[in-house]
Design a protein around this ligand. Structure first.
Ligand SMILES: Cc1ncc(COP(=O)(O)O)c(C=O)c1O
Length: 511
């Protein structure tokens, strides 16, 4: 790409890494700069219809393939100061360089971090040093170090070429529904769950609904589940015409097997344990209860791809398991997506037919059913994400471990229980003065969420079920104390330290 300096503005970005190093790009193709040792990042021209900020962002993305976060104006240097004519001006913006672990640029571009000392040794460095000083001062100013709840663009930055290639292949193939990528995804997902089969579906809610449809759940039936879940856990039961029956959870915030046993009636047909926040429910005990009473177990594993109990994956314990592949889940599609895992051949056949209108083949519809398929594009992109999944999970677990250490003296942290392998799809603390803590974090730019503020039995939609406040004391108390902190594979230690520091500050001020 050629760079022209005849435009009125040249745009640059200074990106700061958490250790204070700045990302600069070697440009020896700038006309007039004889010395190839001069570093400018990223340099470049401004199109007639672009703002300087847009130009800086475009140059950055084009040249590094990384996503550039919010740019903030930093400084403007006159061309004359840099030894050029008066006819142009160099505008710098700054941004934190969050979330990208590797700074080796793609496609062999000469991009690297330099230390401040190196920068000072560069020719004409006084200008660069000025820019740098200003950027450091801005970046360390209070209120500017935002910690988002998640950062998907940073998380997938290194997968971009593979994602684009996968996307292009599907587009070129002309086969967009029920093709080879779906089949391959299903095979790999079943292997991950250690089940014989997986069925790709439109989303996690469809996964739950289809299993109940295939089972034949209906009016007069009851299914026991946890009151502290996402609405789809209960709505999928209710929409079949059956009654969701809630049982309280234990200290792990997952179904308490004793409470499940106590909730069984002659109408009970099934149990839906939820592996909340990526922590496996007590499946060994729940399965024993189910076997004793001949109940169907549908794991709601929407939040728990890869979680394990005693080495056995979530999804392999029940008769079937429903997964969500929503973008906020730990394995995600680029839009809605879902999957069902099962080792039952007959259930698999029914589910594959049920997700596709009940069609046996193009001509014959055996029963009325919906359209709940996972399309080829999503399957192809999911296959790319699967390649990074193990690394993402390790990173989530390492960050969770670090949070435990940072926070266990001030709040209740989600430690793993014996035999558990948690994937920390969500990192949920339990805290006194939770709402004030959330406001404090929010005021300082840290995004923390609540999953879920209102238990299912107290939702307006559940009014006809006859529950009242106080029916499930553990779940209800937790609903007032839980707070999901930011935890995502691209999170930096500096971001995590910031969250820890703010939480400590909040409780110190209350003392
Ligand atoms: C526990 C649980 N069950 C079911 C679902 C529904 O999944 P989806 O949003 O993909 O329909 C979710 C998604 O948030 C969930 O967290």
């Amino acid at each position: 790409m050629s760079i022209t300096l005849t435009a009125a503005h040249v745009c640059g970005v200074v990106l700061l890494r958490e250790d204070g190093a700045a990302l600069l790009q070697h440009r020896d193709d700038i006309p007039g700069i004889a010395d190839p040792g001069l570093w400018v990042f990223p340099g470049g021209h401004r199109e007639a219809d672009e703002t300087p900020e847009d130009a800086a962002r475009r140059e950055f993305v084009e040249e590094t393939r990384y996503r550039c976060g919010d740019l903030k104006p930093l400084t403007s240097i006159q061309g004359a100061d840099w030894g050029y004519g008066q006819d142009f001006q160099l505008e710098f913006f700054w941004s934190r360089f969050d979330g990208v672990q590797s700074y080796e640029c793609l496609e062999g571009q000469a991009v690297r971090f330099v230390t401040r000392v190196e920068a000072e040794q560069l020719p004409r460095c006084p200008y660069l040093t000025t820019v740098w000083d200003q950027a450091l001062a801005r970046a360390s100013a209070p209120g500017l170090s935002r910690v988002p709840y998640t950062n998907l663009p940073a998380q997938i930055s290194e997968l971009q070429p593979a994602l684009r290639a996968a996307f292009d292949r599907v587009i070129a193939s002309g086969q967009y529904i029920m093709g080879p990528r779906l089949a391959e995804f299903e095979e790999r997902f079943a292997a991950l769950c250690q089940t014989d089969f997986a069925i790709g579906v439109a989303d996690g809610t469809s996964a739950l609904q289809l299993v109940w449809q295939a089972y034949g759940l209906g009016p007069g039936d009851e299914v026991i589940t946890a009151p502290n879940s996402f609405v789809a856990t209960a709505s999928s039961i209710a929409m079949s015409g059956a009654k969701p029956v809630f049982a309280d959870v234990g200290a792990d915030l997952n179904l308490d097997p004793e409470a499940v046993a106590a909730a069984i009636t002659p109408r009970t047909k099934g149990i839906v344990p939820v592996h909340l926040a990526g922590r496996p429910a007590r499946m060994d005990e729940i399965r024993r209860i189910a076997e004793k009473h001949n109940l169907f177990v549908l794991e709601d594993a929407a939040q728990a791809v890869g979680a394990r109990l005693h080495g056995k994956p979530a999804g392999s314990w029940g008769n079937a398991a429903a997964f969500s592949l929503h973008p906020l889940k730990n394995l995600f599609a680029y839009g809605d997506g879902g999957a069902i895992a099962t080792s039952s051949p007959s259930l698999k056949d029914t589910l594959r037919q049920a997700r596709n209108h009940g069609l046996r083949n193009r001509e014959q519809c055996d029963y009325w059913s919906g359209n709940n398929r996972l399309d080829e594009l999503q399957a192809a992109l999911l296959l790319v994400n699967l390649g990074a999944f193990e690394q993402w999970t390790e990173r989530r677990r390492a960050l969770a471990e670090r949070y435990h250490q940072l926070l266990s003296d001030v709040v209740e942290v989600p430690l793993q229980g014996p035999g558990e392998y948690c994937v920390y799809q969500t990192y949920v603390i339990q805290a006194d003065h939770r709402d004030e803590l959330q406001n404090h974090l929010q005021a300082h730019g840290v995004e923390a969420l609540i999953h879920y503020r209102t238990p299912l039995h107290l939702q307006p939609a559940a009014a006809n079920l006859g529950y009242r406040a106080g029916d499930f004391p553990v779940a209800e108390r937790a609903a007032q104390r839980i707070l999901s902190l930011p935890l995502f594979p691209a999170m930096t230690h500096a971001q995590q330290d910031r969250v820890g520091e703010l939480i400590h500050q909040f409780y110190q001020r209350r003392c």
